[in-house]
Design a protein around this ligand. Structure first.
Ligand code: PMP
Length: 389
């Protein structure tokens, strides 16, 4: 029997074999011509995946939190007022992080399960003079998805820079950075972009770069400072080596491979595949009579799902049972309801086969831990969506 289990948590995810092969190549010097070419090529392809031909890419060794920190530390100065739209754990993290750079951090918290609505945001923007607002495209603790286009439109109208935390969405959910006029959009490698953990990936619009150039005080984070990284990114883009901090050579090679695969599939096709997979999973949970944290379909992410247990199901037993069936699922992340729900990542390379295996394991674990449902009801519902054209 195959001993490997399917890793269906919201990151890290299952990675493509070619990506893992790139990682296993012998490490070269960061100034070797083939590495310079790979890095430059990866930076070029980021512009295509983010749909942001004029944006400035940054690829830095670190996790998604570093990308959050990079946007905050480069764009916020002491005294600036910022607005955080928080739809879960990572919104709260952003508020905490931003408070290291300014004392004026306001937080807008839609009701749990709901995406931010434009009227609420506009009310906030009218109430004070904000320099920047952040929002989480998909909050990984709740599976709630915000509408980047509508939020960025408000940002433009009120002259506020918009920062999209795309760690759980980018390369999975539709995001058109330039067309929608989003100033910063970032992610981490281990999610839908499809590379093992270790890279922070960020794109800054010309307006964001201008705001950074117009600072009157130094950036308060040495490692994240664009002053250090911009010349490096520009050099590699022009196929010249440069050094500030040693690049994660193998991860950058793996990033090149994964971006090539994403572009081979086509970003729009990829968005549609995620939508179909997400919908199939939600339909399966509905067939079992389970509730999700997102209040409705429009607020539900396609890259992952957060599902409430029915009464009486024990979180640990449920996930251990699913694990024994070959599928690794994640528990809850919000502290007050941690044991009351589970999370499933279905992003990146996830296709119909992996999704059906996951739905099968969830259904079986529900039954084995005491929830009475008709065998096959979840699988049938998922298959109906997957089979529909
Ligand atoms: N934002 C979101 C939406 C996330 O899902 C995560 C990670 N789960 C982060 C930020 C932080 O990323 P990391 O754990 O890689 O630091």
């Amino acid at each position: 029997m195959k001993s490997r289990k399917l890793l269906m948590i919201p990151g890290p995810i299952e990675f493509e074999p070619e990506v893992m092969q790139s990682l296993a190549e012998p490490t070269t010097s960061h100034i070797a011509p083939d590495f310079v070419e790979s890095f430059g090529h990866a930076l070029e392809m980021m512009r295509e995946v983010w749909l942001a031909p004029s944006a400035q890419p940054f690829v830095v060794a670190g996790s998604g939190t570093l990308a959050m920190d990079m946007a905050a530390s480069n764009l916020v100065e002491p005294g600036d007022r910022v607005l955080v739209i928080s739809t879960g754990y990572f919104g709260e993290r952003y508020a905490d992080l931003l408070s290291r750079y300014t004392r004026h951090v306001d937080v807008l918290r839609p009701e749990r399960g709901q995406a931010a609505n434009s009227d609420q945001i506009e009310g906030k923007l009218q109430s004070a003079d904000y320099k920047l607002m952040t929002f989480t495209h998909v909050d990984t603790s709740t599976g709630v998805m915000n509408d980047p286009k509508a939020i960025a439109e408000l940002g433009r109208r009120y002259g506020v820079l918009t920062v999209l935390d795309g760690v759980c969405s980018l390369a999975g959910e539709p995001m058109r950075q330039e067309e929608w006029d989003i100033d910063v959009a970032f992610t981490a490698s281990q999610k839908a972009i499809g590379v093992p953990p270790g890279l922070a990936l960020l794109m800054a619009s010309p307006r964001a770069m201008e705001a950074w150039r117009n600072r009157t005080s130094p950036v308060l984070n040495y490692y994240a400072d664009w002053t250090n990284w911009l010349p490096i990114m520009e050099a590699y883009a022009n196929r010249r080596p440069a050094y500030f901090g040693t690049p994660a050579v193998n991860l950058v090679k793996a990033l090149e491979t994964s971006l090539e695969k994403i572009l081979d599939e086509g970003v729009d096709k990829r968005f549609l595949r995620h939508r179909r997979i997400g919908k199939a999973f939600r339909s399966a949970m509905k067939a079992a009579g389970l509730e999700m944290i997102p209040s409705d379909e429009a607020a539900a992410a396609n890259t992952m799902s957060a599902v409430y247990y029915p009464d009486g199901i024990d979180d640990q037993r449920f996930r251990q049972t699913a694990n024994a069936e070959g599928v690794i699922l994640a528990g809850g992340l919000l502290s007050d309801i941690k044991k009351r729900y589970f999370r499933v990542g279905h992003m990146g390379s996830t296709g119909a086969g992996d999704l059906l295996a996951t739905v099968g394991a969830v259904e079986s674990a529900l039954r084995k831990t005491g929830y009475s449902i008709e065998p096959g009801c979840c699988l049938r519902a998922a298959q109906e969506v997957l089979g529909a054209q």
